[in-house]
Design a binder for this molecule. Structure first.
Ligand code: LER
Ligand code: MN
Length: 270
């Protein structure tokens, strides 16, 4: 298991300072945010990270999240944007693009008793994932669904919700990510949820229960990492959190050491 950090969290004024900090502190991957690069100008990301001492390993988000909007033009726009980020991920040799398919409540009409809004959304999402999985395959990367907590998303909240879509679309380039912060809210037992999701988990987000850096809250990372080791996870765990305190550099360095210690403990406890 390797540790990655989102660019925005890294200490330093310029991007080069941030990337140097990452390399100096043993960070193994960088997660870039889709918000920073908008289609069609995504090649700017390649130029920005051309000489990075740490590789870009994931792209978080999309330019828009209208995948399940009733307007077909909006859906198509989100899908086409996602294709461009998948191409970028391929060029970076990154694991993939991370996408929560919707924020907030359903936007399409409930057609019960024919189909509920959620059932329709799942049907639609399955087809969208098949199309994006195929594009991800062409570019040797993954389209990764992210379950979020109930205050952000109604549809994919548990790991099992993401796995259900992966199983339905049955495409090897469609996977899920496990975000410890969201799991802590939604899962009765996060390590068990990881074990049940198994090989569908291809990426991880790290934050503690208050969404500050790991080590500042009450999430049992040793148990979570043990579950990840048990499923054979060998991917990146990317920091996606706020970093507290006056000295952000010291706080992040301390947390990185904490996570490494938790990984060691998890390995030794197996
Ligand atoms: C949002 O809460 C989140 O976890 C992000 O990874 C979504 O892109
Ligand atoms: Mn996340």
């Amino acid at each position: 298991m390797k540790i990655a950090v989102q660019t925005g969290l890294l200490p330093g004024k310029e991007l080069s300072d941030k990337l140097k900090w990452a390399a100096d502190h043993g960070v193994e991957g960088i997660e870039i945010s889709a918000w920073q690069y908008r289609p069609p100008a995504l090649d700017q990301a390649l130029r920005d990270y051309e000489n990075s001492p740490v590789p870009v390993v994931s792209i978080c988000g999309n330019a828009s999240f209208e995948f399940l909007d009733p307007d077909p033009k909006k859906r198509r726009q989100s899908i086409d944007e996602s294709k461009q980020y998948l191409e970028l991920a391929g060029k970076f040799g990154a694991v993939g693009q991370i996408v929560p398919p919707i924020f907030g409540p359903p936007r399409i009409n409930d057609l019960a008793p024919l189909k509920s809004a959620v059932d329709l959304e799942k049907d639609l999402l399955t087809l969208i994932c098949q199309e994006l999985g195929e594009h991800a395959k062409e570019h040797k990367t993954l389209f990764m669904l992210e379950p979020l907590n109930r205050y952000e998303q109604h549809l994919l909240r548990k790991q099992a919700d993401g796995v259900e879509i992966c199983k339905r679309c049955a495409h090897p380039n469609v996977a899920i990510i496990s975000d410890f912060f969201h799991m802590h809210i939604e899962e009765e037992d996060s390590p068990q949820a990881i074990r049940d999701a198994g090989a569908y988990v291809k990426h991880v987000h790290l934050a503690d229960n208050t969404r500050k850096e790991p080590g500042t809250g009450d999430i049992d990372f040793v148990a979570g990492f043990k579950a990840l080791l048990d499923i054979g996870f060998n991917g990146y765990m990317a920091y996606e959190c706020s970093v507290g305190g006056e000295d952000k550099s010291a706080a992040l360095a301390k947390s990185l050491q904490y996570v490494r210690d938790c990984i060691d403990k998890a390995r030794k406890s197996r």
